[in-house]
Design a protein around this ligand. Sequence first.
Ligand code: NAD
Length: 311
Amino acid sequence: MRVGLEPGRALVTGGAGFLGCHLVRRLNADGWDVTVLDDFSSPSPAAADLPATIVEGSVVSPPLLGQPFQLICHLASPASPPRYLLDPVGTLRTAAEGTRQMLDLAAESGAHLLFTSTSEVYGDPEVHPQVESYPGSVDVRGPRACYDEGKRYAEALVYAYRRSERHTRSSVVRLFNTYGPGMNPQDGRVVTAFISAALAGKPLPLFGDGSQTRSFCYVDDIVDGLMMVVDRQLPGPLNLGNDVEISMLELADAVQELLGRSGRTFVPLPDGDPKVRRPDLRAMHDATGWRATTDLASGLERTVEYLRAQT
Ligand SMILES: NC(=O)c1ccc[n+]([C@@H]2O[C@H](COP(=O)([O-])OP(=O)(O)OC[C@H]3O[C@@H](n4cnc5c(N)ncnc54)[C@H](O)[C@@H]3O)[C@@H](O)[C@H]2O)c1
């Protein structure tokens, strides 16, 4: 149901990525004229036939984009640990300089800006589940800081622009682990890593003893939530995800239930890997009535179908 923002011209940065492709299709279906700005450093296989004008370039030094936008969905960022650890300085620059560029563009166009932050701003949390008021526990010296602290800085910039004389309108959403069709099979995130291994008949790679937990949300639910936030222009920060929390051992069980037993291999826990992760969703639910509706088994089934077709 639409309650606020009328469709016009939308810019989606990172629109060629996993989440971006889903969001671009939804915006297009809702009547938005979409432009994608993406440097194609980690595109989704689903980016080939997007209903959008595609501009190749970085948010750090964006090319001229023409007409003003009414909405800027700023998703561009390396998002999987192997990807952001490849270029920590570039990751920080994308968060800092890229977000400043998009905020300036939003201020010039009078656009509403949606910023996709992350549960990683909570670091390795001492408060569980994570509520938006929890300031987080991030180690600035750790290897993951390029992503975690980059997103924290970018959030701070969004709030500063809001308070500035330009009063830039914006929404901040903190996404928890999202999965589904369109993920890059090689991106190193746990759902794709497990399914790809099982499809290849290889052991599933588990970090540590596999007891660390995450909460996985199916991509269609996330896009529904993003659209509600945009439509109502909710400032946030709002957690968005699924609050069903499972261990990596349980995720491996769920994947192997679908694809058969191919064994498991245990590898050392990466530095700074959070032990637990579950969103407190009350703020999002109270503001919009949104809840994730796709259960893990059906979401995994659709993801398996998609990844099988990729191999
Ligand atoms: N998927 C998740 O579980 C999750 C969880 C929390 C937050 N997020 C956030 O959501 C956003 C989208 O994530 P995703 O899962 O689709 O990741 P993704 O890697 O699939 O997509 C990111 C896209 O951004 C592009 N990109 C990277 N740096 C860029 C730059 N400097 N200029 C222009 N484009 C650039 C990449 O080419 C890619 O197409 C990211 O901001 C990520 O931090 C995602």
